[in-house]
Every structure is written in C-alpha cells, then in structure tokens.
Design a protein around this ligand. Structure first.
Ligand SMILES: CC(C)(COP(=O)(O)OP(=O)(O)OC[C@H]1O[C@@H](n2cnc3c(N)ncnc32)[C@H](O)[C@@H]1OP(=O)(O)O)[C@@H](O)C(=O)NCCC(=O)NCCS
Length: 381
C-alpha cells in the first residue's frame, strides 16, 4: 500500500493540553497561579508544614498525626546510609562527573540491593519511597565531598532531611534559619503534577517497572535545561553579568535575539508561578541576612524586562538560583536538590500508577513516506 489509509488526529506540539492521567495528587491553575497538593494550597503548606509532613501527605493522601510523623522520621532516619556498593560507585566516578549524572547512576544502583525491589505492592512501594527519599541527599552530598577529596559525612538519623542535607554537605550543623529555608525549598519543589520528569516516572511505572527504575528515568528527565536544569543556568547568567545594569542589558539582548532566558516561562502558568512568590521572599531574606542582596537585586531587575518584552513571568527556578547561591550551595548541586525534593512527588505518582495501571502507550502522527522499495546495498549511491 503506498498511501496512509486514515488520517490520525494531529499531535499538539509537546503534548500541550493533553490529559495523561487521572490523579488525586496535585492541582495547578495556570491562569490564577494556584498550586494545590492533595487539597492543600502551597502557601499553607510552605508556611505550616515540613518536608517530611509533605512527603506523608503526597504518599498517603493526608497530613500525618504526631505519631505518624514520628514514625516516618524514624523510618527516614534509619534509611539514610548508603549501601557499600553505592559508595564504591560514587568513588569510582571521575571527579568531573556532573552531580546530576552521579545522582542518577547511584539512584539506579540503589535498586540492586533494595529488599523490596521485586514488589510493586503499595506497602513495598511506600517502603522504597522512604528509602529513596532518605538516600538521595546522602548520595548528592557524598559525591560532592568525594569529588573534592573529602570523606563523606555520616548522616545523622536524628536530623530532618533539610538539616541532614546541609550537615552532610558542609560537615557542620546548620543553624535553624538555613534549615527552615532549605525545608521550605524542598516543600515548594516536592510535586508539580504532570511535568516532564513525573510523566517520565509514570510512563516507566506503567510498564510495571519498579520505583527505582521510574525514579532513575525521572532523574534523567529532570536534568535538562528546559526542566530542572534551568536553576543552574539562571545562576550562571547572573554570575556572568555581575551587576543589575549588565543583567538587564543581557536579558534584553537575549530576548531581542529570540534566545530563551532561563528561569522564565512555563507550559502551564500564564501568571506568576506561586512557588516563585515564596522563593523570591526567601532570596531577599537570605541576601539581607548575608549582607549581600546583589543576586536578588539583579533578579528583580531582570523580571520586568522579561514581562515587558515577552510577557514572561519567573518560574520556580528563577529565585531558587539566587537563594541557593546565597546559601553557598555549589551551582551544580541546584538541580540535584530539585531531585531530592521531587522524588517524593515521583514516588506518589508511581504508587498511584501501580494502584490502577494501564500501560501508557500513545500513538504518533506519522508524516513520513510510503511506497519505498529496498535497493540492494551494492546499487545504492
Ligand atoms: C518552560 C518552557 C520549557 C515551557 O515551554 P513551552 O510551553 O513549550 O513554551 P514555548 O517554548 O513554546 O514558549 C512559547 C513562547 O514563549 C517564548 N518563551 C518561553 N519561555 C521563554 C524564555 N524563558 N525566554 C524567552 N522566551 C521564552 C518562546 O520563545 C515562544 O515564543 P514564540 O511564540 O515567539 O516562538 C519554556 O518557557 C522555557 O524554555 N523556559 C526556560 C527554561 C526554564 O526556565 N525551564 C524551567 C521550567 S520550570
């Protein structure tokens, strides 16, 4: 047959507007700039709940009681150490490996010895979600120290995920303000509906692959500069410019030359990303506390330019860049931090997918040729 027999519906570019799943986990209103995790507004959660409480909410559908939370913290604390083979893999990686690649590789390797690897049952998935959430911060900090010729710091099972991350990174106990900011950043990044990495996790889970396979795939998707990789790019832009005037000019030039400015634009939000509202405040407060508001001021100067020239608002990655930099977090750990938070959302989606599964297998809009005939290789030009 030389022609297509039927014309399939046209695929919207980037699957824009396509509903990929029914979900009870997250609601986003892109017009109103509203983000809801399981019925709770993001502003309420970031101000009144910790990252551990948010993880419980995402996985179990409800905020924990005091005893639920104590149990979850004990379980997380008991899971923070890495198996010896994962430490060996981190040691074997070249020191110039990108931390996102180290994280993805080590997260995959965690599956090798996970006692629940072979089960996708809800209880097993929840235990694996706890272990992954506890272990990812240990991977990122251990790799960072190893690449700098330092010994990894043993996790302290009594600390929260946010405090433990900062402790394992720097080898000293973080003060409360820094821990609170880190915790809030994790809450803000924990979940975001059917974004690219979560969709990747769900597609993987829908083949009935396990949660480690799904999280590894999701980490691969998160790395890209159009997704989680943008926060590092924002900071590199600010560092290249060094002052507000230069930053404004640079962004004007980029937009006039049809270049993408990292940290702006979103598939869903048509207004200010509500997460950026909180990160903006955090960036300002951190700058004031550190006696250096330069990065925050540069960010503020860029914002109206992007609005004026392209109608663009900042997304989650814009102010997280200056906030993390002011916290003295190395640039190439910004995206891994996103992963440390988002693993909770990915796991919630994998659990939801496994509970009511059908393989995700869309079709495509074939626009290639028909009717060709194989010419023997000797006769091809
Ligand atoms: C997030 C993003 C990938 C969404 O992509 P999308 O929904 O496919 O939107 P598009 O890339 O088609 O953008 C629509 C229009 O806005 C423009 N635009 C979107 N984001 C832009 C940005 N950051 N800088 C400049 N222009 C941008 C596009 O060039 C396009 O303009 P056009 O219609 O004149 O061609 C996109 O906004 C982007 O690349 N942002 C920068 C990277 C980033 O910050 N990613 C983190 C997301 S949380």
């Amino acid at each position: 047959m030389s022609q297509a027999v039927s014309t399939p519906p046209k695929a919207p570019g980037g699957l824009e507007g396509v509903v990929a799943a029914k979900s009870e986990i997250c609601f986003i209103d892109g017009q109103a700039g509203r983000l809801v995790y399981r019925g709770y507004e993001i502003g309420d959660l970031v101000e009144n709940a910790t990252f551990e409480e948010t993880a419980h909410l995402l996985w179990d559908g409800e905020l924990p009681t005091r005893s639920d939370l104590d149990q979850l913290k004990r379980d997380l604390g008991a899971s923070t150490k890495l198996p010896a083979h994962v430490i060996a893999i981190l040691k074997a990686l070249p020191a110039d490996t990108q931390p996102m690649d180290a994280l993805r590789t080590a997260a995959s390797a965690l599956g090798a010895t996970d006692p629940d690897l072979r089960s996708n049952e809800p209880d097993a998935n929840r235990r694996k979600a706890i272990r992954l959430t506890a272990q990812l911060p240990t991977i990122v900090t251990a790799f960072h120290r190893l690449r700098n010729g330092q010994q990894p710091v043993e996790p302290d099972p009594a600390l929260s995920i946010a405090a433990n991350f900062l402790y394992m990174l720097n080898g000293k106990r973080p003060h409360d303000t820094l821990t609170r900011v880190m915790d809030a950043a994790l809450v803000l990044h924990a979940e975001h509906g059917m974004n690219a990495s979560t969709f990747t996790a769900r597609v993987t889970a829908a083949t009935l692959a396990d949660i480690h396979a799904s999280v590894t795939a999701a980490l691969g998707a998160l790395k890209g500069p159009l997704h989680g990789g943008a926060n590092q790019d924002v900071m590199e832009l600010l560092l290249e410019c060094q002052d507000p005037d230069a930053a404004e000019q640079r962004v004007r030039d980029m937009l006039n030359n049809k270049q993408k400015v990292p940290g702006f634009g979103h598939r869903v939000y048509r207004t200010f990303d509500p997460r950026a509202t909180f990160l903006r405040k955090m960036s300002k407060q951190l700058g004031e506390a550190a006696g250096n508001t330069k990065w925050y001021e540069m960010s503020e100067r860029i914002m109206p330019v992007a609005k004026e020239l392209k109608g663009l608002s900042p997304n989650v990655d814009f102010f997280s860049a200056s906030a993390y930099y002011t916290m003295e977090i190395p640039l190439d750990l910004f995206t891994p931090i996103f992963g440390i938070a988002r693993v909770t959302g990915w796991c919630a989606h994998v659990m939801e997918q496994h509970k009511n599964n059908r393989i995700i297998r869309p079709t495509d809009d074939y626009v290639g040729p028909f009717g060709k005939k194989v010419v023997p290789i000797e006769q091809r030009g």
